[in-house]
Design a protein around this ligand. Structure first.
Ligand SMILES: [Zn+2]
Length: 132
């Protein structure tokens, strides 16, 4: 069976190892792949930026404790964060220089919001030592 172009699916003439019929098909195909790869990055960046904005709004300076439903009503997406910081048994989910740590008080779910401090730069995170 003759190979077909990955872009237009027409039979390829010429060398057996060719994947595309011409440069236009090759570029179109490669650009499509690149766009699909970029899509997830753009989506993740969108949520992380939005989360950061919410954290900043709820905690412009210092620290703040906020109920989980306040986060949710503002459209916070808990799946997305830039990095994890652990301190004194608490886990902080950071979005750039803002972050929060989940708090459970009975059946109430809250979050302690913090801002990045200089000493946090020295922190090295080891995913293999992480325990829930
Ligand atoms: Zn083609």
């Amino acid at each position: 069976m003759n190979p077909v172009c990955l872009q237009c699916e027409k039979p390829i003439v010429g060398r057996i190892d060719k994947k595309f019929c011409d440069a236009w098909c090759r570029n179109t195909y490669n650009n499509k792949i690149k766009r699909e790869n970029e899509r997830y990055i753009l989506l993740a960046n969108h949520f992380i930026r939005k989360n950061r904005g919410i954290l900043k709004l709820l905690c412009p300076i210092g620290k703040a404790v906020v109920r989980r439903d306040v986060f949710e009503s503002m459209g916070y997406n808990f799946r997305y964060f830039t990095n994890v910081w652990r301190s004194k048994g608490a886990v902080y989910y950071m979005c750039y220089e803002y972050g929060f740590s989940p708090i459970k008080e009975g059946n109430k779910q809250k979050a302690l919001i913090i801002q990045k401090q200089d000493y946090m730069e020295d922190y090295t995170y080891n995913p293999w030592s992480f325990k829930q």
